[in-house]
Write a protein that binds this ligand. Structure first.
Ligand SMILES: [Zn+2]
Length: 493
């Protein structure tokens, strides 16, 4: 008997807006597709949160005993700077600015993406296909959509006919929009536009002579539209209808809406049974954006090298911080929130350490099986990790009381508690107990704080030779001191 047969999982489906009991198409198997990154820059922390939410979901489904085929793509062509099918290809633009080949851009940022995800202890997906590796499949879908009459060709480009599609199907059902409202609120098409309607989107774009990323097609040299790759790769690896499709909330419209339209127009089937959308990460109450400077890269958190942080934080602490919010809620990152998470993380890890050495008794004061089911109930309720973590801390409380001889536990209960803690903390939440590294980083922090204190004393005694020496020698070791209004902080490079 597999766990999924006794644990009833419910998922909030963006398509219905309701919590639904999860029933996969083939018993015991789950097909899951998640829109991956466009690899033209370093992965930012908000994207990491989205992918981490689906890593946790992948982990829980596997824990329940499902055989999961998890497909997460790499977008290495076709994603234009402007969502309205205009402007340069994001990767080609970066290649032009850095004077390197587009495929060098792709390689560089794919390596960065994997490196960061690895530090966060992500499980690799089952298949990680690329858009450029599936041009033939994309051309086949375009031909089918043209044949069915839901697309038209203009000057070497092919556009999806949204109005025509909406007559037979429902365009906007995922994002809750009506095509009539969209038409009413959009401006007239620019005179030079090739589209019949502004809502139409490109399936294939003609490549101008200077466009490097180009492939031959029945309509001349060009490149695929961004929405098409996900339809091609999800259909190829998961079938015309599969169980779960995930992505960031910002992809619901137009990207996912267009994916549905393409699939329905080409094969007549609704492609996905459960649509899941992860919410965004803000910082200090504001949207994260490179342009405003309210932005942080994962590497800057691990090294502490960002002005909003007082110190470095380990990947597991950041992961724990992210798991403390439900994946559909907005999560706000701040130095204080990370400090609080770090405290909680170490409390949890200490309790797991102490659990091994607990003395056992003939009786238990802690009903472990009832508590274990509460952990499952939390995860079965749309992957509610914050409630799960609250239950884990209930166990921490009992572990500490048993350690102080204020409560008792039987051998069987202790084993069940150990097993359950390991299952949820390491396997499902994906946290890592790197004790040595944690202790080392705690020691380093203590030593640097001591040196900061000595430097402050030297400075107040006007002994600048000593204070400068401390700063410079730390800098030579790769530890930068930063003097700010709230005192001195440090980062490790
Ligand atoms: Zn996609």
């Amino acid at each position: 008997m597999q766990l999924y047969q006794e644990q009833i999982l419910k998922i909030t489906n963006s398509l219905s807006g309701k919590k639904e009991i999860f029933r996969p198409i083939n018993e015991g198997h789950v097909g899951m597709y998640v829109c991956g990154p466009t690899v033209y820059s370093n992965v930012h922390l908000g994207n990491c949160r989205t992918f981490m939410s689906f890593d946790m979901i992948f982990r829980y489904l596997r824990h329940l005993g499902y055989k999961v085929r998890y497909v997460r793509n790499i977008t290495d062509a076709g994603h234009l700077v402007d969502d309205a099918d205009e402007g340069e290809d994001k990767i080609a633009k970066k290649a032009r600015l850095e004077k390197i080949e587009p495929m060098e851009v792709v390689q560089r940022y794919t390596v960065d993406f994997h490196y960061i995800l690895d530090q966060f202890n992500f499980l690799p997906p089952s298949i990680e296909p690329t858009a450029t590796g599936h041009i033939i499949e994309q051309l086949e879908i375009i031909k089918e959509i043209l044949e069915k009459g839901y697309a038209y060709e203009v000057n070497g480009s092919v556009y999806f006919d949204v109005k025509k599609f909406n007559k037979d199907y429902d365009y906007g059902k995922l994002s809750g929009r009506k095509l009539e409202d969209m038409i009413a609120s959009t401006r007239e098409l620019a005179a030079q536009s090739e589209k019949k309607n502004p809502q139409d989107f490109a399936l294939w774009k003609k490549a101008e002579p200077q466009h490097i990323m180009r492939w031959p097609s029945p309509w001349g040299d060009g490149f695929p539209g961004w929405h098409l790759e996900c339809t091609a790769m999800s259909t190829k690896y998961l079938g015309e209808t599969f169980d779960i499709h995930g992505g960031g909330m910002d992809l619901k419209f137009p990207h996912h809406e267009c994916e549905i339209a393409q699939a329905e127009a080409s094969n007549g089937h609704s492609p996905v049974n459960y649509w899941l959308h992860a919410n965004m990460l803000t910082m200090n109450g504001q949207k994260m954006a490179k342009s405003t400077g309210n932005n942080i890269l994962p590497g800057e958190i691990f090294s502490g090298d960002n002005k909003v942080l007082s110190k470095p934080f380990s990947p597991s602490v950041v992961r724990f911080f992210m798991m403390q919010a439900h994946y559909t809620s907005i999560l706000d990152l701040s130095n204080d929130a990370l400090l609080a998470s770090e405290k909680g993380f170490y409390r949890l890890m200490d309790a797991i350490d102490n659990l091994k050495d607990l003395k056992t008794n003939k009786l238990s004061d802690f009903n472990v099986s009832e508590w274990r089911q509460k952990c499952y109930d939390a995860m079965n309720d749309d992957f509610n990790t914050p409630i799960l973590i609250a239950h884990l801390f209930e166990a921490v409380k009992h572990i500490n009381l048993i350690k102080e001889d204020k409560e008792k536990i039987t051998t069987t209960d202790k084993e069940l508690l150990q097993q359950t803690m390991n299952d949820f903390v390491f396997e499902v939440l994906g946290l890592e107990q790197k004790t040595e590294r944690n202790q080392d980083s705690n020691k380093l922090q203590g030593v640097v704080e001591l040196l900061i204190q000595l430097r402050n004393e030297a400075r107040s005694n006007k002994d600048f030779a000593t204070s400068d020496k401390i700063r410079d020698q730390l800098a030579a070791l790769g530890i930068q001191l930063k003097d700010g209004k709230e005192g001195t902080t440090f980062s490790v490079s």
